[in-house]
Ligand binder design. Structure first.
Ligand code: NI
Length: 262
């Protein structure tokens, strides 16, 4: 049974680093034993294609037709299909860290899982997470990215552009300009100062909702499993008019499945 109290907290230096650079990397967010257990749960979810029918499992980087192998399979809300993901020291520690970063009203919310198969995974192009969301809201949130095996340059660790969290949301488009593809790519951003964040299994990176980030393809012979938790404080209405036209154009197979099944 998971302990109820956090076992790892951020230092003042780590908190200051996050606010200055818009990202943070830590070597451990939970125990190695828990990472091993969660890794088995994760593999079971992808092997059973959990959430496929409801549109919660889909290909982030391809057109996602039935019978076609996904290049970047993703599950939205994996804890709906494996509730044991919610009763973890990982989540308790993550929730305490989010409160350290964003204040007492903040907490961990939804989760998702992005799987990069060995020798196969597509890259996750440069983007800001907020570009996927409703433009009517002003967000105060971050993502926590946890690999269940070491994340390396070879298998697709995350990269960040330090300080990019101070920018507005930049223009994005669907990958390959194909509105059938869920994934987004930023247009014309300067990523020359980007920093790679390799991690041990069970380490974590934190990034602000506007921080530019990227993950390379998986050139290794092991799967790259990333478990991601969204976290934040309540949003406020966005002051003024804002539109994300790249989302108004979407026609993904996942959205069609979600509309017919829910
Ligand atoms: Ni992202």
């Amino acid at each position: 049974m998971a302990q109820r109290e956090p076992t790892i907290l951020l230092t003042d230096d780590q908190i200051a680093f996050y606010h200055e650079h818009g990202y943070l990397s830590i070597p451990a967010i939970t125990t190695p034993e828990e990472v091993e257990r969660l890794c088995d749960v994760y593999d079971r979810l992808f092997a059973s294609r959990a959430g496929r029918e409801k549109g919660d499992q889909f290909d982030l980087a391809g057109t996602d037709e039935e019978g076609k192998e996904a290049s970047l399979p993703q599950i939205l809300g994996p804890s709906q299909y494996a509730p044991e993901l919610l009763d973890t020291q990982l989540r308790i520690n993550a929730d305490a860290m989010v409160k350290q970063l964003l204040g007492p009203e903040a907490g961990v919310g939804g989760d998702h899982a992005i799987f990069k198969p060995p020798f196969h995974g597509a890259e996750t192009p440069w983007h800001q997470d907020e570009a996927y969301w409703d433009p009517k809201w002003l967000y105060n949130s971050l993502s926590i990215w946890v690999p269940f095996q070491p994340a390396t340059l070879e298998n697709g660790c995350l990269w960040f552009v330090p300080g990019s969290h101070r920018m507005e949301v930049l223009p994005h488009h669907s990958i390959n300009h194909d509105p059938r593809i869920h994934g987004l790519e930023v247009e014309g951003a300067d990523v020359s100062g980007a920093v790679a964040c390799p991690l041990p299994a069970g380490g974590a990176t934190f990034h602000h909702n506007r921080t530019l980030h990227y993950a390379g393809p998986n050139h290794s012979d092991i799967p790259r499993r990333a478990y991601i938790m969204g976290a934040g404080a309540p949003g406020k209405p966005y002051p003024g008019e804002r539109r994300f036209p790249w989302n108004e154009l979407k026609q993904t197979a996942r959205e069609a499945r979600a509309q017919t099944k829910s």
